[in-house]
Design a protein around this ligand. Structure first.
Ligand SMILES: [Zn+2]
Length: 118
């Protein structure tokens, strides 16, 4: 799932295959013991996306800097996709918008640390 209207679903799937292994920033084990990877992929077309089958969340860090887009917004948006896989794009966008201002400093810092350079 991609962030924002400008990104089209599935548009960057072909790109993701080659790039996924490249720049893993963190691992995360979910409640069912499945391991997820957070990856920075500066070649993808979107700000971020999630691959449920391979359990990879990708973030285009360079595009955020270039377009002065909010990184925390995308990190939280993709994390919400992971937490609520059955919700659609509109619901995730609405949740992101409404909940973002309520996040604690600790949780925001946890989100940032998902893609911190190691
Ligand atoms: Zn999305």
């Amino acid at each position: 799932m991609k962030k924002k209207v400008r990104s089209k679903m599935g548009a960057s799937v072909a790109f993701s295959r080659a790039a996924v292994a490249s720049d893993v920033r963190s691992y995360f084990v979910d409640n069912s013991g499945k391991r997820w990877r957070w990856v920075v992929d500066n070649r993808m077309r979107d700000y971020g996306d999630i691959d449920y089958e391979r359990r990879v969340i990708r973030i285009n860090h360079a595009m955020h800097k270039r377009e002065r887009e909010s990184l925390i917004d995308t990190l939280f948006h993709e994390e919400l996709h992971r937490l609520f896989p059955s919700l659609g794009e509109r619901a995730i966008c609405a949740m992101t918008r409404i909940l973002l201002p309520t996040l604690s400093r600790q949780y925001r810092s946890w989100l940032y640390s998902r893609i911190r350079q190691r």
